[in-house]
Design a protein around this ligand. Structure first.
Ligand SMILES: O=C(O)[C@H](O)[C@@H](O)[C@H](O)[C@H](O)COP(=O)(O)O
Length: 268
């Protein structure tokens, strides 16, 4: 049984017994938001990350989801991407394509991936331009409160250093306010060249979910969610900066990742 609660300002937290339970809950959540978004505006605009997240989404290609999800209305983006060839094993596009997108009926023209033949800087500029075109044609909604796109769902993994997307602790990319997409050439996690959605875009989404598993994430989860002394450095931990201004924030984790949460410790 999952331990679930809503934190005053850090969203809804779900600590699962095991990865099987977590992955069922995660795909149910994605399927529900997909259905609600399609009902509301005729499309579901989802941004994916890389890492273990994609295997946790694996049940989407199984029954009943393969049939009940309206894949033809999906528009797929990346919260972050490594600037490598699409055929490279480091590519987040390849990871999602091999394990998910090639196995369901998402239209290839609805898959908005980066140009892998240009520099990181150019790839970021082109990716932002592509998103802007889709906001102009109203495939992606526009935020009412900021000059940003309003993705229906942004799915983020989290590193043990608290990074989300390719927004790493103390990196200047954390401060980018005027671009929707920025680039890095010195990512602390290899490969070094990446593009990433910026915080203004992440925090304009209707729904953001952070998925973290394993004990190595426990300290970062604690710093990202629990109430901390005001002077704490952790206020600038990337995962803590995820704070949708008009949207919903969900955390999916397994017990080892949640083991340092105040609430989890007290209820054991
Ligand atoms: O391209 C990337 O490197 C990812 O988008 C990155 O942000 C990832 O989601 C986290 O590092 C968590 O990865 P794990 O879940 O594999 O630990």
């Amino acid at each position: 049984m999952a331990l679930t609660w809503t934190h005053r300002d850090r969203g809804e937290i779900r600590v699962h017994e095991n990865l099987e339970e977590l992955s069922i809950d995660l795909v149910d959540y994605i399927a529900e938001i997909s259905e609600a978004s399609i009902k509301e505006h005729g499309a579901f605009c989802i941004a994916l990350s890389g890492g273990s997240l994609i295997s946790l989404m694996g049940k989407l290609i199984e029954q009943p989801y393969d049939k009940i999800v309206d894949w033809a209305k999906w528009y797929v983006f990346w919260a972050d991407e490594r600037v490598v060839a699409k055929s490279h094993d480091d590519s987040n596009y390849k990871l999602a394509k091999d394990n998910l997108l090639s196995k369901v009926n998402v239209f290839p023209r609805h898959i908005c991936s980066i140009n892998d033949t240009v520099s990181a800087e150019e790839a970021a500029t082109e990716y932002e331009f592509a998103i802007r075109q889709m906001v102009r044609t109203r495939t992606v909604a526009a935020s009412e409160n900021s000059d940003c796109p309003k993705f229906d769902l942004i799915l983020l993994g989290m590193g043990s250093d608290g990074h989300v997307a390719s927004l790493f602790p103390n990196h200047p990319a954390l401060e980018v306010k005027n671009d929707w997409v920025t680039f890095l050439t010195n990512s602390p996690k290899p490969p070094p060249e990446r593009i990433t959605l910026t915080f203004p875009v992440i925090n304009s989404a209707v729904n953001v979910a952070i998925v973290a598993t394993g004990e190595s994430k426990a300290s970062a989860i604690h710093l990202a969610i629990d109430d901390l002394p005001l002077q704490s450095n952790s206020v600038s931990l990337p995962a803590r900066l995820v704070n949708p201004s008009n949207g919903n924030l969900f955390w999916f984790m397994d017990k080892p990742a949640g083991s340092k949460l105040d609430r989890f410790k007290f209820s054991e």
